[in-house]
Design a binder for this molecule. Structure first.
Ligand SMILES: [Zn+2]
Length: 133
């Protein structure tokens, strides 16, 4: 059986029509199963991985994403990459009373993910459909 991979545009189109219908979804797995169903209308061999869908969803201009996370005390390095979408992480800093600056954590430049130095591990995604500008 040929394995066919949808392009980014097809994933966004499927995502858009699912979210227009659903308005809000609080689970990546649920979102994925609906998007896969939608993709299969175009091509029965189409599918999308959790990771790829997550990356598209958090960056989609018509979605507002809220990430629920738990603390992980192990200070494992994030290596400058976002655990949600692989985007670039920016350091967030705060001025100290001594005039210096101290690193508070990291913020993704592509999606809503942020973390303090005690790393936040994403556990749940809430997607909300918003009107496109
Ligand atoms: Zn990100």
């Amino acid at each position: 059986m040929p394995y066919s991979i949808p392009d980014d545009e097809e994933i966004l189109d499927a995502l858009r029509s699912v979210m227009r219908r659903m308005k809000g979804i609080s689970s990546l797995s649920k979102l994925r199963s609906l998007v896969v169903k939608e993709l299969k209308i175009q091509d029965p061999d189409h599918t999308v991985s959790h990771e790829r869908l997550r990356r598209s969803a958090v960056r989609a201009p018509f979605l507002k994403t809220r990430i629920t996370a738990r603390r992980n005390d192990s200070l494992k390095s994030l290596k400058g990459k976002c655990p949600v979408c692989s985007g670039k992480l920016k350091t967030t800093k705060n001025e100290t009373i001594f005039g210096g600056r101290v690193t508070l954590g990291y913020r993704c430049t592509e999606c809503p993910y942020w973390t303090t130095l005690k790393r936040r591990v994403p556990t749940r995604y809430h997607f909300e459909y918003v009107k496109e500008k």
